[in-house]
Design a binder for this molecule. Sequence first.
Ligand code: ZN
Length: 266
Amino acid sequence: MSGLLGRLRAPRKSPTTTSNPTFDQNGHMGMAATPGVNAGIHTQGDYFQQSAQPPPQPQQDRPLYLCQPFVKAALVKGSFKTIVAPPKYVDVNEWVAINIFDFYNNLNHFYGAIVEFCGPHQCQTMSAASGLDFTWPDQNKRQVSLPASTYIDYVMSWVQRLLEDESVFPTKSGRDFQPSFPSTAKHIYKQLFRIFAHIYHAHFNEILHLSLEAHFNSLFAHYIAFGREYDLLDAQDTRELRTRGGGVMWLTDRWAEMGILEGGEK
Ligand SMILES: [Zn+2]
């Protein structure tokens, strides 16, 4: 893969010191201390064109992201199926790596746009739906509840380190992906999915105020379409979201009905 590292933008470091997850053989996470990561907003590119949506109008108890017109706000018209297909002659691992790199950077920019609303007092847990908080395994593998900002900082720092690790995301010619790459990619995908779920659940108002809903929906629809195509989504997370509140999985179901996404269990 050429140029992946060259495209890495230096993230803005957060003032806090955080820990990064590491995975043992069973895929359980531990922590190792490294600086945290956050980023400001990017104003160019496919997901960042200006949109012209009316101001938010709350309807009943339904989350705003499931309400019209926001549920159908997107920059890409039609199905996402075609844009997730690998270009000819590109290795699947490389295609997955490039896309994870882009998803990570775009998601980091969106989080940077709303991070001031995601402090430890506003978001005391990594909430993703009514009654559903994601927990984090501590060094003794006990599941602990963390403020969302801490949780997200851990994830972003950990992914950043992996992206910069030549043995995981090789950029030099002659270096191959390790056999463990698909598993690593799935772990990354699972954690970035949780950040999407938290932003939709806790910060969609801020996304609307910044007129970013079309861009954010497009990024998430692309993320889900890509994850389904390459089996990267975590079945347990998506099942739990469906059974304990629905959350963003209801959004993906609506998109399937509209033909934006293929239908899928995950
Ligand atoms: Zn938050």
